[in-house]
Ligand binder design. Structure first.
Ligand code: ZN
Length: 177
């Protein structure tokens, strides 16, 4: 029992989530670039995971499959990009929501100080400093720190589910590469 609990507490992956698809995890930053249109659309892609292939590669550097087995694709299917987009959007949404929550808390703190705080703490200058400085700190804390972690977990789960579904459908339709 104690051992199991110990195991449970060991850190797992980023923000406590381990993707069952390590290559999908590795592909996310590449797909983000593609979704942000920072890289050209063209190229040769792995027929299994749609990672961009290096020239003359014999093996995909993302999923490690041999290209003889996986085949080569000349584009990334929209449904696959959608899965990566879901992760990206979910994470961004949580960062924004977290930052917004931080600002709301700072605003309430400001109002509280102005309205009720005694003496020095009730000074509008102090309250304003709390609003601005506290707003910044809380927005950072709830956005990029806490919100990003929740968003990362939720977004990754959503993406992996979509990828699993894609794999299943591809297998069923038998149209693989
Ligand atoms: Zn691959």
């Amino acid at each position: 029992m104690a051992e199991a609990a110990q195991k449970e507490r060991e850190p797992k992956g980023v923000a406590g989530y381990v993707s069952p698809y390590p290559y999908v995890e590795k592909l996310q930053p590449r797909m983000d670039e593609r979704l942000d249109r920072q890289v050209p659309r063209g190229g040769q892609f792995c027929g299994f995971c749609y990672g961009l292939l290096r020239k003359d590669a014999e093996r995909c550097s993302f999923c490690k499959k041999s290209l003889a087995e996986a085949g080569v694709a000349d584009s990334i299917p929209q449904d696959v990009l959608r899965a990566y987009l879901a992760k990206k959007k979910t994470e961004e949404r949580w960062v924004h929501m977290g930052a917004f929550l931080g600002l709301i808390i700072a605003t309430f703190l400001f109002l509280y100080l102005v309205a009720w705080a005694p003496g020095f703490l009730g000074h509008p200058g102090v309250a304003l400093a709390v609003l601005i400085g506290g707003g910044y700190v809380l927005a950072q804390l709830f956005g990029p720190l806490l919100g990003a972690q929740i968003g990362y977990r939720r977004g990754s789960r959503k993406r992996d589910k979509m990828w699993a579904k894609w794999l299943e459908q591809r297998e069923q339709s038998g149209t693989a590469p």
